[in-house]
Write a protein that binds this ligand. Sequence first.
Ligand code: PLP
Ligand code: TYF
Length: 396
Amino acid sequence: LFAAVEMAPRDPILGLNEQFNADANPAKVNLGVGVYTDENGKLPLLACVKAAEQQLIEAARARGYLPIDGIAAYDKAVQGLVFGEGSPLLAAGRVATVQALGGTGGLKVGADFLKKVNPGAKVLISDPSWENHRALFTNAGFTVDTYPYYDAARRGVNFEGMLACLKGSPAGTIVVLHACCHNPTGYDITPAQWAQVVEVVKAQGLVAFLDMAYQGFGDGIAEDGAVIQQFVDAGIDFFVSTSFSKSFSLYGERVGALSVVCASKDEQAKVLSQLKIVIRTNYSNPPTHGAQVVATVLTTPALRAQWEQELAGMRNRIKAMRVALVERLKAAGVQQDMSFIAGQRGMFSYSGLSKPQMERLRSEFGVYGVDSGRICVAALNEKNIGYVAEAIAKVL
Ligand code: PLP
Ligand code: TYF
């Protein structure tokens, strides 16, 4: 049965972890996978999460099946976060939200649903994008292509190219957009540029699918969510996937969601019923723990305030590391202007380093980044940043 099965390639990012774990270099630093570690290089367990878990343990609840679309209070809390508490859209019952297995699960449920309603459509992802976007939409049965995004010469976004590509795309084309903190480049478009994207999406009848994996890591929860409001204001139907992996440091709990904005309450009910079919035929219903933790934090005012503070702490620490890296690179003798690193957003930096340079960083220094030149700035700290800067200076 399996004689003809071929070895599949490793995930280029997750595969780096295996290589890193096997490396005997005591000075090794993992800047590969997108995971936030604190000033001591440790994966944090947020205090708000710990407090919520304590409450849940004390309540000692039995563990029945959840509804197919997940915990109702969780879905409602997600909607408040993504669309703003008191959004008229929510009051009108126009958003279908389902709990999902991380942001990836939200994308996949959305992709499978889209394949039913829009089977012939092409999917456009940014060039470059998160590695899994292409694979996920391809596996859902779509042809996946790219729109221009990164402009190496400009150290920024080729916005004219992006907009022209969208303008030239036929109605129904599904466009995957990073809501904030673009992975892998760290370059976001401005609110004014978003307004132009929304205009083209609307005029061309494109289907926007916003991937929101880093809400709160750019400028803040509301600030990063403002882009959603621009799509809402345009009065179009669109998709938003949410991930709490990073913002709650709950990577392994698989907590995420999919929200679909519909034209009416009636459409919302029909769409929700179809999302439930996708879920039921894949994994029946989602798990309890992670979403219960997130729902508890988001709906308990004191815990919510604590979360916002802890999230701000992560955001500000990353920003401080960006500034520090620019300084340390200069101090290590790097001649070229590296100040662009401080202007990038979210967990990642496209460093501009080539594949051979990234390979040298790994083999000679045990500094692990992605071959594309992407480094995870959120894994830098006072103890490793000097070593990383020296290593980068040497390969440059
Ligand atoms: N989308 C983007 C852009 C990401 O960077 C990630 C990172 O993991 C995800 C989705 C997936 O999130 P999750 O781990 O919650 O599935
Ligand atoms: O880009 C990253 O590093 C994170 C984590 O298949 C990740 O988004 C990477 C690859 C993957 C799943 C998650």
